[in-house]
Design a protein around this ligand. Sequence first.
Ligand SMILES: Nc1nc2c(ncn2[C@@H]2O[C@H](COP(=O)(O)OP(=O)(O)OP(=O)(O)O)[C@@H](O)[C@H]2O)c(=O)[nH]1
Length: 747
Amino acid sequence: MSKMRVYEYAKEHHVSSKVIIAKLGEIGIQVKSHMSIIADNAMSQLDRKMNGHAGASAQNITNKSKAEGKVNQTNTKEKKPNQTTSHVKNNPVNSRSNGNRSGEGSNRRSSGRNQNANNNNNNERNRFGGNGRTGGRRNFGRNRNNRRRGAQQTNRQNLEIKLPEKITLSGSLTVGQFAEKLGRPSTDIIKKLMALGVMATKNQDLERDTIELLAAGYGVAVEDEVVVDEASFEDEGLEIDEETAVVRPPVVTIMGHVDHGKTTLLDSIRHTKVTAGEAGGITQHIGAYQVTHDGKKITFLDTPGHAAFTTMRARGAEITDITVLVVAADDGVMPQTIEAIHHARAAKVPIIVAVNKIDKENANPDHVMQELSEQGLIPEDWGGDTIFVKLSAKKGTGIDDLLEMILLVAEMEECKANPEKKARGAVIEAQLDKGKGPIATLLVQNGSLHIGDPIVVGNTYGRVRAMVNDVGRRVKKATPSTPVEITGLNNVPHAGDQFAAFDDEKKARQIGEVRAERALITERKQTTNKVSLDDLFEKIKEGDMKEINLVIKADVQGSVEALAGSLKKIDVDGVKVNIIHAGAGGISESDIILASASNAIIVGFNVRPDNHAQKVAEEENVDIRLYRVIYDAIDEIEAAMKGMLDPEYKEKVIGQLDVRTTFKVSKIGTIAGCYVTSGLISRDAGIRLVRDGVVIYEGHVDTLKRFKDDAKEVKAGFECGVTLENFNDIKEGDTMEAYVMEEVKPK
Ligand SMILES: Nc1nc2c(ncn2[C@@H]2O[C@H](COP(=O)(O)OP(=O)(O)OP(=O)(O)O)[C@@H](O)[C@H]2O)c(=O)[nH]1
């Protein structure tokens, strides 16, 4: 028995499904919707019922078509000029009406369709057509040609949808979705899949490979969907429209070694400049402030240091235009001075050096200049291009010079924006206020922010309810480079999140919700596009990578230099090794954040990340590679670049132990009285003994005891006695890391 859906029948009759459902009701057949299936006998009854209606309908169509000079769109390709009328005359309704008049009912419909299939059997589309209600009595009467054309017409309406040249997709498609994109029935796709030996249903997901294979069979290309996605406004960048761009204040971050005077300098600038211009204003600590010098504004970020700077960058916010590197003239270049230089360079932000504390007796600015020259910051006076300003933050001398130089560099950097645009920018800081709800300091980077603007901030949204500037004044508008504290968000965003203002509130809410949902999914998937040694080759091969960024940490400066020197020499066609930071000492959180912001791999030689750094590395998905032999590091990175990395075994840390005491026992050696702080230690584990972030020993457990008994393993929260193979120099306060080697399944 043949069947048809209500809407198909309705389509054939050029009436709505509602009409058919009503007619079916009239003949005592109740159907639920246009998707309901009606059987042959119901159709025969309907055909009789539709007789009058169909005629009228056909007439309507004829008139309509004539009036509008329209032809059926689906048939235009093959149509000859005089076919318009005949097409309408021979439409299926008409033909069936005729057929019904001769009492042949629905069988004719099927035979017409069959005939159509036979006539066009070299056409892929007609295989689908031939699938209709066949098997009916063949009965070509007087109107055979009409009927056939009519049926052809029906089929064309359903089937002659031109194959697209290409389809686009973002991820996978179900069989049904794929069929829809192709303009083919799902059954066709299911059949093709069966031919490939795959049994599938309409709702089954197809993998990319299968989609490509199937599409190729139809001669259709598959491309990735490029979605203009308002929810990912970061992707648009902060393009400046040159035509309407105006100069904006530069945004400055102060960096430098501990105690070199960063905070004093920030305070000094604020006090000498802010209050003068903003009489009566009370300085507010909102995370940034603006000063005016020579009638021009400068924005200072209030949190000094490269860690805050790079944390923002790791979140995607590039807000700093200029870095002021503070170096105390009595102390000179120190480790964090060098770190700061590397962080600023990784962000490609120009550096102005502030040689501070020149009021001190033992100040030696020349020495600072000398040391910084060694780091590639050569003063202008010595033929270089770095601006040095000598000052005393404490006494307030040289501050004007510094501001002048900042404005000079800003001019060279062409800090510009389009104030007429809708606001875009980043979060400097945010918190929950008991009375006001979520409050956030935003730095407007482009456009202008107004009270009442619907806004999406990170994964939060709202409407700017109140806006307060850095001197505590309520403002109605914030122009580019202006920091303002706002209220009106539904939640607390993160520092470094980006924001965008929108035209309407509903849109802002939708986008905010989509972003929050996506953030959750990303969190769940823990996917990032950070680079790891394992996928390095793939990225190089795909052309995604022309430079490999490395952060190198080693136990002593000599190893740092040796390792950096050797790694730089690795020669793999078209790929450059770029060392963005190298230093002695354990791997710190700041190293991880720098690596995260710069998409770098960390190479550690005889050093370990501390627990906190390890945690941050996991959160940020930063790949840390630790080595005990320099050649291993070089070999492995070179192998990864050449796609020859052998990822068969990977180390897995299974536990951490604190050495709480030690006992020296003749014949046995040093027994470490340990406490397992996390995971476990097992008898056959590898052990790394770490002292102040530096690996002292790497080897194996010799004996493992709980009280006097040998133990196979000891878990977190328990004490144990450990001796190490061929090693006795264990000290109280050392930590041990227990690990095993695990086989890594090839990707
Ligand atoms: N003599 C003299 N002392 C200064 C000057 N600038 C800062 N100091 C002093 O140096 C010490 C450290 O200054 P801070 O501004 O706290 O240094 P910092 O770089 O912000 O330090 P951290 O916040 O710990 O990184 C303080 O005692 C300041 O008073 C200066 O120009 N001259």
